[in-house]
Design a protein around this ligand. Structure first.
Ligand code: MGD
Ligand code: MGD
Ligand code: SF4
Ligand code: MO
Length: 680
């Protein structure tokens, strides 16, 4: 018996990007643990990835290529050899490409955040083919655009310095569920006397452990931020020197903020005026003050403006001057990824295919050929994503995937809701079986992932599968021969010491301790842009403003409740839902309701309910657990449809409407009605 340990990286879409140590015995992964040598991981993993060995050796892993035998969506398949599958796929894609390659659409997201298995050989393949481009917008583009137009990029405080802050606003983040390693840092700050305030419509696991919970209505954060500015101005809690030297558009922002007295924001946000004043006083008078903003804040119509408004705050108070002051939404802009080298957009050779927004895949799969849209979608290649479960407005998505005339290939570990609609399912390796290299969005260390075990069954890495397909399509450019390990080296080129990565598994980037202490924002003006000329040039509001939700609670008598659908703690989007041990902890799909809203509908704790609106209807169990505010229900995500009630999940009712900036999704901007399901 031989036991070894192998260093890796957590591949999941999570800000923490932990360093892993996998213990392997006789070719089998026994356990996956956190690497104690990596400071950001601190030797600790979340409950989900602690089960990664169970996931990897799961009895339901797909281990051979599978070909469909029943009608679309029936989930009936038969095993076939790789050669048969790849030959047929290359032939089918080739025939479509001969007419118009834009009729082929790749669909992928961050099932793995690895740069090699997520955005290298796959992109080369589709660029060479001339397939439609995918706008990968399903998570963070509204907030990302908000940051770019205010701070100049996805940059912010170094996460470890939150430990020295005296006030931390945890804003639109359930850190305990989704950013566990940040929560450890916040706990350190708390022990050293910091005050923690959570701003969230849901009394989350995090909110209940902070000193204060600001339980605002969903989608009203910009109004709150503007009222905070109003109070900073009225009480002169401003850093005039910082504003004069390092910001653009102060007079215009001042005029805007003065339109937002706390009384007005209190109405919009559903908060007490006094709570807004207190929050402003705390923020204006505590130093250093830090904001951990997260993506929950930007999943509503005005998400981009909300991030812009919040991102203005630290420049007003000069919080950026200290390393423990400022804000962090994402640090991913600090990573010098050589994307052109990895993805090779030059293979488009002058062609500029249309781009399809992944959020509106439901509608787009049902569109016919037209001059505005281009060719009807005839083929889909899905990897690192489970759109039938995670994309909004699933009734449309399912109808689209059910089209018998769309040729669909899904690269997967498991037979997900999406894989059920495939013509071919191709078995992909997991993180324990392949090479990769990573960035992070919650810290600034580059991580390397080495394979710990051999590919299970006949699984191949995503990069290998696209390499094999490229060969069958006759793509002879040398870049299609690069190995996974070579791709790892190309991701950062000479900007990161690869020998050191091989040696210790992670390399911290040399980023400044206080990035904007002396200004130096990477915007066109070099300043924190309260006023954005780039937005003005697009005909958009150049100042941050409150953009009301598409669907306002109480705005419709038919669907009077606002619904948000943040993640269940023990799932990662739809990943891990098929792990019995984690599903047992979550129990069943739930809708958190305020007791008043439940009583008004005759709904008792645990009752089976129907949550519905004009788009669809899903079934789950009501819980009156004290986490919902009146008028708002929380439908925790994202269950596999086939493991939920009646083959539905929460995305039955979410909409394909987009955000103000970045054309992102509005998962948390949705109104519904709820009804008890009677067994009569
Ligand atoms: N356990 C676990 N961890 C995860 C994930 C997971 O599914 N499970 N998903 C990963 C991914 S892909 C991402 S993008 C991140 C997501 O993690 P975050 O960036 O933290 O975003 P969310 O979880 O969407 O929402 C965070 C909090 O915002 C609240 N919220 C909802 N609407 C609003 C609003 O209008 N205003 C404010 N202020 N708050 C609001 C929600 O109730 C929730 O508690 O987490 C990653 N980590
Ligand atoms: N209602 C509602 N819907 C949401 C959200 C919400 O909060 N509420 N959150 C949204 C957000 S923030 C996001 S980011 C999206 C996420 O949506 P997705 O990106 O689709 O994420 P997952 O559901 O985790 O699915 C990832 C899939 O990739 C597969 N996978 C993992 N690694 C590999 C690999 O190496 N190769 C291959 N071929 N496959 C692999 C996994 O098995 C899994 O099935 O969901 C969005 N949907
Ligand atoms: S906390 Fe996040 S990065 Fe760390 S192991 Fe869990 S999912 Fe992965
Ligand atoms: Mo996400």
């Amino acid at each position: 018996m031989t036991t070894t340990t192998v260093r890796g990286a957590c591949p999941h879409d999570c800000p923490d990007t932990c360093a892993l140590i996998t213990t392997v015995e006789d070719g089998r992964a026994l356990r996956v643990q956190g690497n104690p040598a990596h400071a950001a991981t601190g030797g600790v993993l979340c409950a989900k990835v602690s089960r990664y060995a169970e996931r990897t050796h799961h009895a339901e892993r797909i281990l051979t290529p599978l070909k469909r035998t029943g009608p679309k969506g029936s989930g009936r398949f038969t095993p076939v050899g790789w050669d048969e599958a790849l030959d047929d796929i290359a032939r089918r894609l080739g025939a479509i490409a001969a007419r118009d390659p834009q009729a082929i659409l790749p669909y992928s997201y961050a099932g793995t955040m690895g740069l090699v298995q997520g955005e290298s050989m796959d992109r080369r393949f589709f660029h060479r083919l001339g397939a439609s481009l995918l706008h990968r917008s399903i998570c963070s583009t509204a907030g990302g655009e908000g940051l770019v137009h205010t701070l100049g990029g996805k940059l912010g405080m170094k996460v470890e310095f939150f430990a020295e802050s005296k006030l931390i606003l945890i804003w639109g983040s359930n850190s305990i569920g989704s950013n566990l390693h940040f929560w450890r840092i916040a706990q350190q700050a708390k022990r050293d006397g910091a005050r923690l305030v959570c701003i969230d419509p849901r009394k989350s696991e995090t909110a209940e452990k902070c000193h204060e919970h600001v339980q605002l209505r969903p989608g009203t954060d910009a109004a709150l931020a503007l009222a905070l500015m109003h109070e900073l101005i009225q009480n002169d809690w401003l850093d005039h020197d910082y504003i004069a030297r390092h910001t653009l558009g102060w007079e215009a922002l001042r005029a805007r903020a003065l339109q937002w007295p706390p009384e007005r924001a209190a109405e919009v946000c559903g908060l007490a005026v006094e709570q807004i004043r207190r929050l402003a006083r705390d923020y204006g008078t505590t130093k250093p003050a830090a904001i951990r903003l997260n993506y929950g804040v930007q999943r509503a119509h005005g998400g981009g403006n909300a991030v812009r408004a919040v991102a203005c705050l630290p420049a007003l108070t000069g919080a950026w001057r200290e390393r423990a002051g400022g804000m962090l939404l994402s640090s991913s802009g600090a990573f010098p990824v050589q994307r052109a080298q990895l993805q090779r957009p030059d293979l488009l050779a002058g062609r500029s295919p249309r781009s399809i927004n992944m959020v509106t895949i439901g509608d787009d799969l049902l569109r016919a050929t037209s001059p505005a849209f281009g060719p009807q979608i005839e083929a889909l290649v899905v990897y690192n994503s489970n759109p039938v479960a995670v994309a909004p407005d699933s009734p449309q998505v399912v109808q689209g995937f059910a089209r018998e005339d769309v040729f669909t290939v899904v690269l997967e570990h498991f037979q997900t809701d999406t894989a059920d609609y495939a013509d071919y399912i191709l078995p992909a390796t997991t993180q324990l079986e392949h090479w990769d290299v990573h960035l992070a969005y919650g810290h600034t260390d580059v991580l390397l992932n080495r394979p710990a075990i051999a590919p299970q069954g006949q699984a191949r890495s995503n990069a290998q599968i696209f390499r094999d397909l490229a060969a069958r399509m006759g793509f002879t450019e040398p870049c299609f021969a690069d190995t996974d390990e070579q791709l790892c080296r190309q991701a950062y080129g000479d900007r990161v010491d690869f020998a050191l990565l091989l040696d210790q598994g992670f390399v911290p980037l040399p980023v400044p301790e206080a990035p904007f202490a002396e200004g130096g924002f990477p915007t066109p003006s070099g300043k924190c842009e309260f006023f954005s000329q780039r937005l003005a040039d697009q005909g958009l509001d150049p100042l941050p403003g409150h953009v009301p939700n598409h669907e306002v609670a109480g705005g419709s008598a038919l669907y009077p409740l606002a619904m948000i659908s943040p993640p269940a703690r023990n799932f990662l989007n739809s990943t891990f839902v098929n792990l019995q041990s984690l599903r047992d902890i979550e129990g069943r799909p739930v809708l958190e309701m305020h007791p008043e809203d439940a009583a008004a509908r005759g709904i008792a704790e645990g009752a089976l309910v129907r949550v519905f609106n004009g788009r669809g209807s899903y079934a789950c169990h009501a819980t009156l657990n004290g986490r919902a505010r009146p008028g708002v229900v929380n439908g925790l995500g994202v269950w596999w449809r086939k493991l939920g009630h009646g083959g539905t999940n929460v995305n039955e009712v979410t909409s394909q409407a987009l955000t103000d900036l970045g054309a992102g999704p509005t998962f948390y901007d949705c109104t519904v009605q709820v009804q008890a399901v009677t067994s009569a």
